[in-house]
Design a protein around this ligand. Structure first.
Ligand code: HEM
Length: 454
């Protein structure tokens, strides 16, 4: 960045490739391989780990033009950033490119003078406020204090019978078929039904709920959105806010025993409550951060079981080890490969100067494979003991709110699969296509073969 360029305000999208100049001054420019990953090359998305390994060794804090950010790949550097939320803001959680595209797209839509769109935009604004993922301390702390107790390990344990029942019902629907497309028949409906159930969304509205979830995630880690996709996303957001606005009001007047009632009426000791936009933004994040991610975890785990019969047999015989297996799948194939932060002042990360306002992409997936922390990082070891945690759920202030829920869904879901089905294999129909996102890591489909347990 030249000396005359004013630094952007934290949280504001920038006009152009903010760091194109300072990236070259301060760090090795990232090699063509990394550009392939952030340019969404399908092979790089399917297996990004060799690219991360090279970055960790050659350019651990590398400027990447495609996302206008420093990409941080070593465990200790990622941990350093996560330990200092007061210096590394979450306000621009979508990253600079998407934030700018969204701002431009919204301005274009607003300028169109379309009455229907005006109405949509005004509804969308209801949920536009810093919330959890995009909030900084002290606001963030206040919000977490209000919602943490709804997601504790103890609370999630109460959901276990419901999750088991849902998983059994899903398996029963295809157990006699010998082959199944696992993503659509199990990995998507399980977490979706759990969160819908807890929020009190009736079964008849599940198709809308799924459509909203799909439309919200389409832009994450993909900067090639067309105007139609953008409009689709906004329409879905408007519908979602309208739907939950009414439900929140109803739950504030007459609460039930669901999660929505709990959140809508949660109070701090001083009587402080969540504002409506905060609540709507939070519900939006449960869909985006909660469903897609758990779906991807379940899918990678099922693929691994189909590739390794001995592992499947071992877990069937020793179900206590499923928990360790889930942790290893989270470490090896993290559904969230990395997320953004923004420097609020001039700082140094891994010896590289990062100017105020610059964006950083923290490669959680790379940190999870860092040989400096994890012995034989590419090996799956269900009994692995490491003194340092993996970053599949982040770390520190923004540590995943739904981690206990996701872990329980995965453990229970896999147990039901292992109990109900045998002889997992991968069908010839598989094409192993990955989603077009450098943030969310997952397969579009997974065809499994199996026999029903007697
Ligand atoms: C395998 C499943 C999941 C994965 C891999 C995952 C991953 C993550 C990660 C990496 C973060 C950290 C964000 C950051 O560093 O800025 C996060 C935060 C979050 N997750 Fe999850 N998540 C999962 C499941 C869930 C579920 C089931 C829910 C809720 C229903 C959920 C809700 C959230 C929320 C609200 C945050 C923001 C927390 C904050 O900023 O304070 N997640 N998740």
């Amino acid at each position: 960045m030249s000396a005359t360029t004013p630094p952007p305000l934290v949280g504001e999208p920038t006009d152009g490739p903010l760091g194109a100049d300072f990236g070259q001054e301060t760090t090795l420019n990232c090699d063509a391989e990394a550009q392939r990953l952030f340019g969404l090359d399908p092979d790089a998305l399917a297996c990004p780990y060799p690219i991360f390994e090279k970055l960790r060794s050659d350019a651990p804090v590398a400027w990447v033009d495609a996302i206008e950010s420093f990409v941080v790949t070593r465990y200790e550097d990622v941990a350093h950033v996560l330990r200092h939320p007061e210096v590394f803001s979450s306000a621009l959680a979508t990253g600079p490119v998407l934030a700018r595209q969204m701002a431009e797209g919204l301005a274009q839509l607003a300028a169109g003078g379309d009455g229907e769109l005006d109405m949509i935009l005004s509804r969308v604004k209801r949920g536009r406020t810093p919330v959890l993922l995009s909030a900084d301390p002290p606001l963030h702390r206040r919000q977490r204090n209000l919602v943490n107790r709804a997601f504790t390990q103890r609370r999630v344990r109460e959901y276990e019978p419901m999750i088991t029942e849902l998983a059994r019902r899903l398996v029963a629907e295809f157990a006699d078929d010998g082959e199944v497309e696992f993503v659509s028949r199990f990995a998507v409906p399980l977490p979706l039904a759990v969160i819908a159930d807890r929020l009190g969304v009736p079964r008849k509205d599940m198709a809308d709920f799924k459509r909203w979830s799909d439309d919200f995630t389409v832009a994450i880690g993909n900067h090639h959105l067309g105007p139609d996709e953008l409009k689709g996303m906004l329409v879905s957001q408007a519908e979602f806010y309208e739907y939950f606005n009414a439900m929140v009001e109803a739950r504030r007047i007459s609460p039930t025993d669901d999660l929505l009632s709990e959140l809508a009426n949660a109070r701090l000791d001083d009587g402080d409550m969540l504002e409506l936009p905060e609540l709507l933004g939070m519900l939006n994040q449960f869909l985006v951060a909660g469903n897609e991610t758990t779906t991807k975890l379940l899918t990678f785990a099922a693929k691994r079981l189909a590739e390794d019969c001995e592992l499947a047999d071992r877990l069937r015989a020793k179900p206590d080890e499923i928990e360790g297996f889930v942790e290893e799948m989270l470490r090896l194939e993290p559904p969230v490969q990395g997320l953004y932060r923004q420097a609020v002042e001039d700082v140094t990360v891994g010896g590289v100067a990062v100017p105020q306002g610059a964006s950083l992409w923290l490669a959680y997936a790379s940190a999870n494979h860092d040989e400096a922390v994890f012995e034989q990082p590419e090996a799956l070891d269900v009994g692995r003991s490491s003194s340092q945690p993996h970053f599949a759920f982040g770390f520190g202030e923004h540590f995943c709110l739904g981690a206990a829920l996701a872990r329980t869904e995965a453990r229970v879901g896999l147990r039901v699969l292992l109990d109900g089905l045998r002889d997992f294999g991968l069908s010839e129909r598989n094409r192993f296509e990955h989603e077009s996102s450098y943030v969310l890591h997952g397969m579009r489909e997974l065809w499994l073969t199996f026999t029903a347990a007697s």
